[in-house]
Each structure stands twice: as C-alpha cells, then as structure tokens.
Design a protein around this ligand. Structure first.
Ligand code: PLP
Length: 333
C-alpha cells in the first residue's frame, strides 16, 4: 500500500497514546476498554482533523495554493484545526461557518472553537443554517482568484480520499501499538459525521489484513446518510490506494439512535457519558461528538454487543473546546 508515496506535512504528535480505561471497564463489567487519544494530536488543542490535514495541506502546497478555504458549523473542530494548519504553513484561511445548531448559549458564537479560529488568524464568514456551504466556498474561491491568489478548498470535515489517508495511517498505528502491547483489537468505536475517519480506518485495517471492526456512532441524527457517506469516501480511498474495496455490505457499521434530535443538540445520555468519563477516568469528552459516541458505546455494551473478553478501543476524536460553548447543558450535572 505504501502510504509514504502520498505527500504529507507533519502537524500531529504521533503516535497518540493508547491507554486502558481500567475503571470504566470495571464499572461496566467488561469488555476490556482502551482509549486512543486523538484528542491529543497536538495542533491547536488537537482532534481527528489534524491527521487528515497532514495530507490535505500537503496536496494544497503541491498545487501552489496560497489560501485554504473550508466550512463547518459555528463550533466546528475541523475548521479550527484547518485554521491552525494554514497558519503553521503560512497560508491564508477563509472559513464558512453556518448556524446549523439551534443552540442559544450566550457566547456560543464567541467562545470555544470560534475564539480559536479568530486567534489563529482565519477570516470567518458566518452564514444562516440553510446556506449551501459548497456554493459559499466556491464564491470565496472566486474572490481569491480575482485577487490573483490560488485557493484550495477542503471539503466539510476534510472527508475525501486525501483526508481519509490520515485515518488509514491511524489504523496502521493502532495495529502497531496493539502488537507491541500484546493485544488484539476486536472493535474500534468512534463518532461518525462526515465519514472520513471511519472510511480511512476501514480502508487501513482492510489494507493490512486486520480483522478489527469499525463501529461508527452517528452524531448527525441521520445514520443511513452517514453510512452512505462513509461508503462513498471508502470507495474513493480504496481507489486512491489501489486496493480492491472490501466486498461485504457489513463492513460499514453506523449505529443510530444516539444523536438526539439533531447534530449539536445535547442529549441526557451525552451529559451523563461526559460526566461519567470525567469522574471515573479524569478524561474530558465533548458535547457534539465524543460524548454522544461514548453514550452509544455504553449502550451497545449494555445490549451485549461485545463479549466480556473482547478488546474495544474508543477513539477519542477531540472536540473538547466546544465544551465551553455548552456550559448550560452541564449546569447541575
Ligand atoms: C469531525 C469530528 C468527528 C467526526 O469525524 P468524521 O471524519 O467527520 O466522521 C468526530 N469527533 C470530533 C470531535 C470531530 O470534530
């Protein structure tokens, strides 16, 4: 497969730690749980997008870009890490933020990721929920062209075949760490939204012949759409790698029912999971992604989805800055 043939910048602190969740495993009565600390990738408070950006920014530089354009929700972790990667590479950065989450904490549009986007020097363009993000990015790219610049558009979540290479790399990294620890990973569980993380992990495990299963927990309140997106990115990623795509339908597993009413809106199970991880393991999850994914994992365990002797890795994809935009959700918890 030879991942090294693809251009790559180095932004992330790798390998990220793979740590046992001893107290949580005990409290839940098994399986054996570990956490993969991709919240600690190191770029401007970390998160999963940093691995994708290593490949995306390298491609942008290869194409001679001077301006990075991307998009997300107001509290997007992806755009925050994109702003940091652009700053570190000496590139300008324009961000389309859409008000897709009907959340009204007073400083939702000022604190957390938004505060960091501004600090990192990105130009922020806030739009209404219904805005077509792709059209808004293309319009910004046109403006860059007219100024004589060279734009490079990174899709929402950095989820295309290039970005997914970051999670192909993560699958290989996990396999190495597990080997060194004498552990066989049966399943990896993580929050799924724009699909690149899950697609990259599936492609990576497939490429190295690993039988580790990947379970995405949908946080978009639309699991069938999320699964379709994962398939699309997986197909493109396998093609880029020169791999035959895994055949069986069962390879893309996206669990629904944990997102609540919509993307970004708190659920009681999320608040409980975030609070529980803080108090049993001293770990900080986030309200939009990892809190809902952990609530999903805890429920799948309660449903008997894993055997007591299974080894399950929860991938902590980051997102912690958003916690500060959701103070009222945790009041009294
Ligand atoms: C973007 C994001 C995800 C989802 O990853 P995708 O590749 O978009 O599916 C999960 N967790 C956090 C914290 C994120 O920012």
């Amino acid at each position: 497969m030879q991942l090294a043939r693809f251009a790559r910048e180095r932004f992330a602190h790798l390998p990220t730690p793979l740590e046992p969740l001893t107290r949580l495993s005990e409290a839940l009565g098994g399986p054996r749980l570990f956490i993969k600390r991709d919240d600690s990738t190191g770029l401007a408070l970390g998160g999963n997008k940093t691995r994708k950006l290593e490949f995306l920014i390298a491609e942008a530089k290869d194409q001679g870009a001077d301006t990075i354009i991307s998009a997300g929700g107001v509290q997007s972790n992806h755009v925050r890490q994109t702003a940091a990667a652009a700053a570190r590479s000496g590139l300008a950065c324009d961000l389309v933020l859409t008000r897709i989450v009907p959340w009204n904490d007073a400083d939702y549009e000022k604190t957390g990721n938004v505060q960091l986007d501004e600090l990192l020097g990105a130009r922020i363009h806030i739009h209404p929920a219904a805005t077509d993000r792709d059209a808004a990015m293309i319009s910004l790219a046109d403006q860059v062209h007219r100024r004589g610049g060279r734009p490079y558009i990174i899709p929402v979540g950095g989820s295309n075949a290039t970005g997914a290479l970051g999670y192909v790399n993560c699958a290989m990294e996990l396999e190495r760490q597990a080997n060194d620890m004498g552990v066989v990973i049966d399943s990896v569980v993580h929050a799924a939204s724009s699909g690149g993380t899950q697609a990259g992990l599936i492609a990576g495990f497939h490429a190295i012949g690993s039988r580790t299963r990947v379970i995405g927990i949908d946080v978009d309140a639309n699991p069938s759409e999320t699964a379709a997106t994962v398939w699309r990115v997986l197909t493109a990623t396998c093609k880029k790698l020169g791999l035959t795509r895994p055949e069986t339908d069962g390879v893309v597993v996206v669990e629904g029912g944990y997102a609540g009413d919509s993307y970004g809106l708190p659920t009681a199970a999320m608040v409980e999971a975030v609070t529980r991880l803080a108090r049993t393991e001293g770990l900080v999850l986030d309200p939009v992604y990892t809190g809902k994914a952990m609530a999903g994992l805890i429920d799948l365990i309660a449903q008997g989805r894993f055997s007591g002797s299974d080894t399950v890795v929860f991938l902590h994809t980051g997102g912690t800055p958003a916690l500060f935009a959701y103070g009222s959700a945790f009041a009294g918890s």
